[in-house]
Design a protein around this ligand. Structure first.
Ligand code: HDE
Length: 718
């Protein structure tokens, strides 16, 4: 892989000027006064009271007392990385945006991935939408693409956002539960907002519990406008496609990871970058000519709909490589301020009522979160394009504006800074003609709530459908009021009859005939409820394979975590041969053993142990390998933890490889009878000698990610 030099960018130079390095430096106060005692408060005698005049103590404590800033009201838990975006070809035909103007053009970026609901310290593996926000430091100013890992949203109008977020956050009475939608308030809201049904299908699929931030897609969600030099408009939908493919974990795993390593995604991103396995995402766009705006079965302005790739393919326009971890989490990842309204010439908004509301909300929220109007001056937020205007003052102003002129037009300042002449570029809004009444209403073209939910359902493989059904049983099973469960299942009857039936049966009631009329929610008081009747089966495309995660790119095992279960007496060659083959393919190998320190091999050499059964578990790995060695296998057979490791790996559909006699370990498990009769390659359990092609088969199996065709996984206790 050709590695980008992480230091090589204008943004990097700008950030470097703000960096502090205390190597070989004295400790000082914030005023630069050197401190010679950082252990004792100034006091009247050794046993006497502290003195108010101790400015060193007061300054240190005051700063500490003010360390926290309000967390984001949504997306508080996140992880960031620096990188570079490189355009594949000129997109000038469609947009004058300079970062897309020529092949090979590079633009520095900062990305923040996040969960939406959980607080800042919550688990990464919550079932949730993931934020995928990218700041492009373009030579024409900052462009923020503030997207999610799911292409559709819960609601159609921004005015419902506070209700949505209130309903999904912990309940106000007791602030429970944390980082989950599985409670009455959310499902009450969702069951009264049929437009949320589509996004719910996505969240309850593997997309809601990604394997890694590096292995999820990103979407701009709304339709945006691109504008070229001639002022011609084209509609676009943005996609980020991870080069490692799109992968998820299963729910049992997610819950266990949350206990074992709540920082799982943060750690994965950080370590991958430190190890040089730079995450890569290709930027794609679905391009729709302006004159085709109305040719779809849904409204392009409706953020609860996607354009099936079957109709409009995704054109790849560039690649983003994340190649550097932030130096300081707070300064960079916490203080970064995204805003869908940060656009550059060549990019414009559509009238999507959700997007329009977002254009207000993001600056507003930064004002409280970052404490004033100068957040654009925080190093991570600074544009690399020069900033000149007459905005002045405010909390924490950093820029020292020279001169006596802070208004325009002016004569004493030579008219500077002056407006850009049309011929010299600058941002020009699309001169869209609007001729309308001022009303509070939604276009009827937004009313089809279910057919894309059905499209999504139909596009899933049977194991994926089973996961979604189980996820409904978990989420709705946590709901205490049966009328809410029933109302939700009523909506599911519009998506798929079998899904509704299976969920109803699992919850213990008869499937309702159909959706119940929204009681109060969803329907403005003096509107005709008939207007809100769902219109099903409008969507012409009935199935789209790109909606299934099973369709994703496979085969690349870069950075996959492989556990080697070993104990004293392991065969050194059996470890070495497979480890080398895996590492050649850039996978990461960890030796897991019953005790720490080193294990003795059958030949008398020693192998350092990376983790013990006390400090790790199968859920933190992508696959497991059992090297041979009679002594080692005997000890593992006696270890309940080793047996559990294997059970879980099988239950979670992950590849297992065993070198020759290591298969004796199966005798201590519940899976022996399952493994005996299977086709090894088809079900990802490879038992052969390490010198007869085991590593190659194992690598192929890991590249498949999961083996959903395994049998009786429900019956395996873990
Ligand atoms: Fe956001 N959203 N959002 N959102 N959003 C915020 O802004 C909001 C929506 C998204 O890593 C907040 O700086 C409204 C859709 C991401 O810092 C806030 C509406 C999409 C992030 C806000 C939406 C997003 C945010 C909270 C409905 C996908 C995290 C802190 C009208 C396209 C960015 C902040 C980061 C954050 C408002 C809907 C993505 C309150 C009002 C749709 C990735 O301003």
């Amino acid at each position: 892989m050709e590695k980008e030099n992480p230091k090589n960018s204008k943004k990097q130079e700008q950030l470097d000027t703000h960096k502090e390095d205390s190597t070989n430096k004295h400790l000082t106060t914030n005023q630069g006064v050197r401190i010679n005692d950082n252990q004792h408060t100034l006091s009247a005698g050794e046993r006497g009271p502290s003195l108010l005049e101790d400015f060193i103590f007061r300054e240190k404590m005051t700063h500490f007392d003010h360390e926290r800033i309000p967390e984001r009201v949504v997306h508080p838990r996140g992880s960031g990385a620096h990188g570079v975006f490189e355009a594949y070809e000129s997109m000038k035909e469609f947009t004058k945006a300079s970062f897309l103007s020529e092949a090979g053009k590079k633009t520095p970026v900062f990305v923040r991935f996040s969960t939406v609901v959980g607080f800042r310290g919550s688990t990464d593996l919550a079932r949730d939408v993931r934020g995928f926000a990218t700041k492009f430091y373009t030579d024409e100013g900052v462009y923020d693409l503030v997207g999610n890992n799911i292409p559709v949203f819960f609601i159609q109008d921004a005015i419902k956002f506070p209700d949505l977020v209130h309903s999904i956050k912990p309940e106000p009475k007791h602030e429970m539960p944390q980082a989950t939608a599985a409670h009455d308030n959310f499902w009450d809201f969702a069951s009264l907002m049929p437009e949320a049904t589509h996004v719910i299908m996505w969240i309850l699929s593997g997309r809601g519990i990604p394997r890694s931030y590096r292995m999820m897609e990103g979407f701009g969600v709304h339709t945006f406008k691109w504008i070229n030099e001639e002022g011609k408009v084209t509609f676009v939908k943005y996609h980020w496609k991870p080069t490692l493919g799109t992968h998820g974990v299963v729910w049992d795993e997610a819950q266990k990871i949350s206990g074992m390593d709540p920082d799982f995604h943060r750690r994965d991103l950080y370590e991958a970058i430190e190890n040089g396995n730079y995450p890569e995402f290709e930027l794609g766009v679905q391009i729709v000519a302006e004159e085709d705006e109305h040719k779809f079965d849904f409204d392009l302005l409706d953020p609860t709909k996607l354009i099936p790739e079957e109709i409009v393919p995704v054109k790849k326009v560039g690649k983003m490589t994340l190649n550097r971890n932030p130096d300081n989490f707070f300064a960079e990842t916490e203080q970064v301020a995204f805003h869908p309204g940060h656009v550059v010439p060549g990019i414009d908004f559509t009238n999507d009522p959700l997007l329009q509301g977002r254009l207000f909300s993001y600056t507003d929220t930064q004002l409280i979160r970052l404490g004033g109007p100068n957040f654009h001056e925080i190093p991570i937020n600074r544009s690399v394009a020069p900033v000149h205007n007459n905005q002045r003052d405010g909390f924490m102003r950093q820029t020292i504006n020279k001169g006596n002129v802070n208004y325009e037009p002016n004569s004493t300042g030579g008219g500077c800074p002056f407006q850009v002449k049309m011929k010299d570029g600058g941002f020009v809004s699309h001169t869209e003609r609007i001729d309308a009444h001022k009303i509070r209403a939604r276009s009827k073209s937004f009313n089809d709530y279910f057919s894309q939910a059905t499209l999504f359902w139909n596009s899933q493989t049977p194991p994926e459908q089973k996961q979604i059904t189980n996820a409904f049983l978990f989420e709705l099973g946590k709901v205490e009021r049966q009328e809410i469960q029933k109302r939700m299942v009523g909506l599911l009857t519009q998506v798929d009859k079998d899904l509704a039936k299976n969920v109803a049966e699992g919850l213990g009631f008869q499937v309702p005939d159909g959706p119940m009329k929204p009681v109060q929610g969803g329907v403005p008081a003096d509107d005709d409820p008939a207007d809100y009747e769902p219109v099903n089966n409008k969507q012409a495309v009935k199935e789209d394979k790109t909606l299934s995660m099973d369709f994703t790119k496979k085969g690349d095992i870069t950075s996959r975590m492989i556990a080697f279960l070993c104990a004293d007496g392991v065969d050194e060659n059996s470890v070495k041969a497979v480890k080398e083959s895996l590492m050649e393919k850039s996978a990461m190998v960890k030796i897991i053993a019953p005790h720490g320190g080193k294990i003795k091999t059958s030949g008398g050499s020693e192998i350092p142990v990376d983790k013990t059964f006390n400090t790790t578990g199968s859920v933190l790995f992508d696959a497991v390998y059992i090297p041979s060695g009679a002594g080692s296998i005997e000890k593992l057979m006696e270890s309940a933890e080793a047996v559990k490791f294997l059970h879980e790996t099988y239950k979670h559909y992950k590849p297992i490889a065993m070198d020759g006699d290591a298969k004796k370990l199966l005798k201590a498990t519940y899976i022996e009878h399952l493994v005996e009769s299977i086709n090894q390659m088809e079900q990802g359990v490879i038992i052969k000698d390490s010198n007869s092609g085991l590593a190659d088969d194992f690598i192929k199996a890991i590249g498949q990610h999961r083996f959903w065709n395994r049998e009786e996984t429900d019956k395996i206790p873990t």
